[in-house]
Design a protein around this ligand. Structure first.
Ligand code: UDP
Ligand code: MG
Length: 322
């Protein structure tokens, strides 16, 4: 059996070496004992620092080190996609480069995979996170899970092991705008969850900004369903019905009492509310059209500038195995 470990890295020069050492320590011992093979696939997502140089240095010394280096920053989703694509293992572990995902957990993941699970998810608790942040995300997951068709769980991120079957399923989804949390849930298969304590980043900085978090939040809602569009239709219908009732009521009043001129308040209320609603509706429709625009271009998910993996066609994989 062969295990691939995929590590997306973006500007991780401060921590990448210790991440490697930790992974090497854990996997070397475990795989030797069990007689498994393993490879570490570092995906350099267009880092502007010394990450790539460090990886090249490691690659010279250790033959389990593979790297794929992008021509620019394509985002973590693209990094994971590339890692999965270049992996050759019977099972693939996805793990962050910043030691927030404890490598010690990998043997446990592999063990559960061996029990026959196609996805084993390592779920973190929110220890160490601020109260505000954790209640905010709790609220988010509540709302999103009510809205979308796949189930998202708080704390289950990308740290997980996938069987070859599950990897192929993930790769078979061609979409450009990849929302992994949704994709992993969407593909199904039997899964198991292992809990671990939240870890703080060892070195370097998180790449998340408030803006990117909000965008990610919207992605979660918009990537996996068209319910927002349906909600607009419902709201539209309700408003239409209410207006109809109001119009009839006003008309009857006119018939009985004659026209009374003042009506500024009702007029301005109607204009403002409906105008606002129309803008929101347009915005939601626009969001979907924007997504269609990006998807129809069918651009590749990433551009590789440099790699030490000689693959591309499956034949090499079987040669390696024999
Ligand atoms: N990452 C990446 N490309 C990016 C941003 C992040 O490959 O554009 C990697 C990063 O190097 C790390 C992982 O994704 O290994 C998680 O990033 P980060 O620690 O910033 O996210 P957080 O842990 O705060 O969610
Ligand atoms: Mg992190």
């Amino acid at each position: 059996m062969r295990v691939s470990v995929v590590i997306p890295c973006y500007n991780e020069e401060k921590v990448i070496r210790s991440t490697f050492e930790k992974l090497y320590e854990v996997l070397n011992e475990y795989c030797k004992e069990k007689g498994y093979e393993y490879e570490l696939i570092f995906v350099n997502d267009g880092s502007k620092d010394a990450t790539l140089n460090i990886l090249k240095g490691l690659e010279e010394k250790y033959d389990v080190v593979r790297y794929v280096s992008f021509s620019r920053n394509f985002g973590k989703e693209a990094g994971m996609y590339a890692g999965l694509k270049y992996s050759s293992g019977d099972a693939v572990v996805i793990i962050d480069a910043d030691l927030q995902h404890p490598p010690e957990l990998i043997p446990k993941l592999i063990e559960s995979f061996k029990e026959g699970y196609d996805q084993v998810i390592a779920r973190r608790n929110r220890k160490g996170d601020s109260k505000f942040k954790s209640s905010l995300s709790k609220l988010y997951y509540k709302i999103v899970n009510n809205m979308i068709d796949v189930k998202l769980t708080d704390g289950s991120g990308d740290f997980r092991i996938l069987s070859r079957k599950a990897v192929d399923a993930v790769l078979s989804l061609p979409e450009n705008n990849r929302f992994s949390k949704g994709i992993f849930s969407w593909i199904g298969f039997n899964e198991k969850t292992i809990d671990y304590d939240n870890q703080l980043r060892a070195e370097g900085e998180s790449k998340w900004t408030l803006k990117s978090l909000i965008q990610y939040g919207f992605d979660g809602i918009l990537s996996f369903n068209n319910k927002p569009l349906r909600i607009i239709i419902y709201i539209g219908f309700i408003i239409m019905l209410l207006s109809l009732v109001y119009v009839i009521w006003t008309f009857v009043r006119i018939l009985i009492h004659g026209i009374d001129v003042p009506g500024y308040f009702t007029l301005i209320t109607a204009i403002l509310i409906i105008g606002g609603l129309q803008l929101v509706a347009l915005g939601i429709i626009g969001e979907y059209i924007g997504r269609i625009y990006y998807e129809v271009k069918k651009r590749p998910h990433f551009i590789v500038e440099d790699t030490n993996i000689i693959k591309e066609d499956k034949n090499i994989k079987t040669e390696e195995k024999n």
